[in-house]
Design a protein around this ligand. Structure first.
Ligand SMILES: [Zn+2]
Ligand SMILES: [Zn+2]
Length: 282
């Protein structure tokens, strides 16, 4: 399950994606029933409501109109899934329709904001539509790597485990701030999760339980692995990540026993995070 990854620019048959991951085969927004993934299948029809779906010039933000062809669009089904994806720890993967049922994988997205806009439906009646504003998770990741390198994140490194967890779990979907402010909020949350995992590990690999193999110039050589996810980027939940040594990380992703080893890690983190779970029975 963890070896699956989509390659940007590569074409995939939509039917095969659904064979593997489930999810609705027709809708533009399709949530997998098997994995924490929401697929967006962007077609050519995005401009029909007067708002075009697509990337901004810098290719950092992606605009996407919600689903629903008639009447006001509401936060149900796919629209709700998208709105809540950060707090529900789901990856959003963007595909573009090409031809013959083929879709090109573009990028992983993180929702930053949404706006309600006035538009006309297909019968010419005025209605409200949702326009989602996403950030490219790839860009976000690159920026975070850079800030990690420059130790700009030291602001939160000094925080307590409990404070970091609060920051990592904070709801980023509310508020009237600008997109820039929301971008910072989402990034900060995502960064807090990494700092949290490393702090919880306290210099010991959470998989093999050996001291970290070397001292990294950035402070820690432990890598943050997302145990339930397709990719190691985007927003997540503190209990879904582990700080592990590069060796264990490679074993999980490329080893013959990778998924068993990952399952062992899931159990270890669960025991760490919920130490009293089994005592409650008595
Ligand atoms: Zn290890
Ligand atoms: Zn990983």
């Amino acid at each position: 399950m963890l070896s699956i990854s989509f390659i940007p620019g590569k074409h995939y048959k939509r039917a095969e994606i659904h064979d593997q991951f489930g999810g609705n085969r027709q809708r533009g927004i399709s949530a997998s029933a098997k994995e924490s993934i929401i697929f967006i299948f962007s077609g050519a029809s995005g401009t029909q409501y007067g708002y075009s779906d697509g990337w901004n010039e810098e290719k950092t933000l992606f605009m996407y109109s919600g689903e629903g062809q008639v009447g006001d669009q509401t936060f149900t089904m796919g629209n709700k899934a998208i709105r809540d994806h950060v707090n529900h720890s789901k990856d959003v993967l963007l595909f573009h329709r090409e031809q013959n049922g083929l879709y090109r994988f573009d990028d992983q997205l993180t929702l930053i904001d949404y706006e309600l806009k006035q538009a006309l439906d297909r019968d010419g009646h005025p209605r409200e539509i949702i326009q989602f504003i996403f950030e490219s998770a790839t860009i976000m990741k690159q920026d975070q790597l850079e800030s990690e390198h420059h130790l700009e994140s030291s602001v939160i490194i000094e925080d307590s485990l409990e404070n970091l967890k609060t920051l990592a779990l904070q709801d980023t979907s509310t508020g009237d701030e600008s997109i820039q402010v929301k971008q910072i909020k989402v990034r900060k949350r995502s960064e807090a999760i990494k700092v949290y995992a490393r702090k919880r590990a306290a210099g010991i690999c959470e998989a093999c339980e050996q001291p970290e193999p070397f001292e990294a110039s950035s402070g820690s050589s432990l890598e943050v692995h997302h145990m339930y996810k397709l990719s190691d980027g985007g927003p997540d939940h503190p209990e879904h990540v582990a700080a592990i040594c590069p060796n264990c990380h490679a074993r999980i992703h490329r080893g013959i026993d990778g998924s068993t080893y990952n399952q062992e890690l899931i159990d270890k983190i669960d025991a760490k995070e919920n130490p009293f779970r089994f005592r409650r029975i008595y």
